[in-house]
Design a protein. Structure first.
Ligand SMILES: Cc1cc2nc3c(=O)[nH]c(=O)nc-3n(C[C@H](O)[C@H](O)[C@H](O)COP(=O)(O)OP(=O)(O)OC[C@H]3O[C@@H](n4cnc5c(N)ncnc54)[C@H](O)[C@@H]3O)c2cc1C
Length: 406
């Protein structure tokens, strides 16, 4: 599988492993016990360039592309998925929407600091009415009042919003216009009153890198922080989530590989009736399924990322990759937990939180069913999954990279 990666990408992967083993692993248990967001580590991760792979150098990125971003996400999640929980807010969804739809001034003001881990990002579209139909269920209103918008309503599952310096938040400016009434805003919760983030108590997810419910009460956003035009928010969100899907798929793959690592280690250590657990053929059957699923997911994730790097239609394959990798993670976590027996239920075991993250990836950034709908409608000929390819309205990092390469 390494043959698919350039020497440069393999070198970045090695430096992530070193970073995770030396900087993150020794501190992560204490961070979880304290519940304090690890700003210093996020900053170090940003300084090392791990959030900037997709972005060009003029915004502080490394310009390495989507395949590199996928490998980085996979390796961060494989080493500690809890620390990788802010990956998308720093290196994908939040900076991507600003880069893609922002004015040059907005891009230069906000994107470099997010990629450098100096400011903490957020991407908030989901509301309590349901995330699968985020546009249909959006009740949050933004009303223009001279030089500012005043936002009222609430958001659900806004990850890192209790730490956010700069986020992208979606609200309706025209409630009667369906998805065409949604507008995107660059928000700065620490600068203006009326933004309250309350962490949601979750099972097995990080206690330090949290996801929250957000309450917006006359929350002010200056007009110059509107992202794109009024009514353009849904297009910005869809474009961003399409790009972000690949790193979410890669993170699910990283979780599957972490489960496999744990399972293999335990199968070789644990003795049952005088023989290693791994010597029993029913266990081997599960190991074989895990290994095969992982290789298949990896091929799909890397191929989808490669298509994106080449500026070719990739939405269909990205959805398949996300669906497959999240299933692979769920299966691997389930089987690993069985192999660990009772110890797979103990909080000391990594399997307990890996399993919760596997479940999360099945739901987050387009649930498994939502991916299946897109894949099936394409297969049945109802809707081409790649129909939105080629819009020139927004900046595109892959196109910029291809242009630079001549
Ligand atoms: C830990 C965590 C972090 C998150 N972080 C963020 C974030 O930072 N920003 C953000 O905006 N959101 C975030 N989310 C929200 C996430 O994107 C949503 O949970 C997801 O979109 C699904 O929405 P929902 O949970 O409201 O489920 P619903 O939309 O209510 O769906 C419930 C179930 O119905 C299924 N379903 C939906 N439609 C259909 C259909 N047509 N046919 C068959 N089945 C269907 C779904 O697959 C799902 O299983 C996060 C969620 C979690 C759990």
């Amino acid at each position: 599988m390494d043959d698919l990666l350039t020497e440069e990408i393999r070198a970045v992967r090695d430096s992530i492993v070193r970073f995770m083993q030396t900087e993150v692993a020794p501190k992560m248990d204490a961070i979880e016990a304290s519940g304090v967001f690890p700003r210093d580590l996020v900053r170090k991760c940003g300084e090392a360039g791990f959030y900037g792979a997709v972005f060009p150098e003029w915004v502080g990125g490394t310009g390495m592309g989507y395949l590199a971003a996928a490998v980085i996400s996979e390796e961060l999640a494989r080493n500690d998925v809890r620390f990788a929980a802010c990956n998308n807010q720093q290196g994908s969804t939040c900076p991507y929407s600003i880069y893609c739809a922002g004015t040059e001034e907005q891009v230069r003001k906000y994107v470099p600091n997010l990629l450098a881990g100096i400011t903490i990002g957020m991407f908030s579209i989901t509301e309590s009415g349901g995330g699968s139909d985020a546009a249909g269920n959006m009740k949050t209103r933004a009303v223009r009042d001279g030089d500012v918008y005043r936002i009222d309503g609430s958001k659900m599952w806004a990850s890192m919003s209790n730490e956010t310096d700069v986020g992208v938040l979606f609200a309706k400016t025209d409630p009667d216009a369906g998805h065409r009434g949604i507008t995107a805003f660059i928000v700065e919760p620490k600068k203006y009153p009326g933004f309250e983030a309350r962490p949601i108590r979750t099972l097995g997810l990080s206690q330090a890198l949290r996801t929250c419910a957000v309450f917006l009460d006359d929350f002010v956003v200056p007009v110059e922080n509107r992202l794109g035009e009024e009514g353009e928010g849904f297009r910005i969100a869809m474009r961003t989530l399409q790009a972000g899907r690949i790193t979410v798929a890669a993170k699910a793959l990283g979780v599957a590989r972490a489960c496999m690592d744990e399972a293999v280690r335990y199968c070789n250590e644990r003795m049952i009736r005088g023989s290693a657990l791994g010597s029993y053929q029913m266990v081997q059957a599960d190991i074989a399924d895990m290994a095969t699923n992982i290789e298949a997911s990896r091929l799909m994730v890397y191929q989808a990322a490669k298509l994106m790097d080449e500026g070719r239609p990739s939405n269909r394959l990205s959805s398949m990759a996300k669906y497959h990798a999240s299933q692979t993670a769920k299966h691997a976590a389930d089987k690993a937990q069985q192999m660990f027996g009772g110890y797979g239920m103990a909080l000391e075991s990594r399997i307990t939180f890996l399993r919760c993250y596997a479940d999360m990836f099945f739901t987050g950034e387009g649930s498994a069913n939502v991916q299946r709908i897109l894949i099936a409608e394409d297969a049945l000929g109802y809707k081409n999954a790649d129909r939105h390819q080629g819009s020139t309205r927004f900046r595109d990092p892959a196109a910029e990279r291809l242009r630079a390469a001549g």
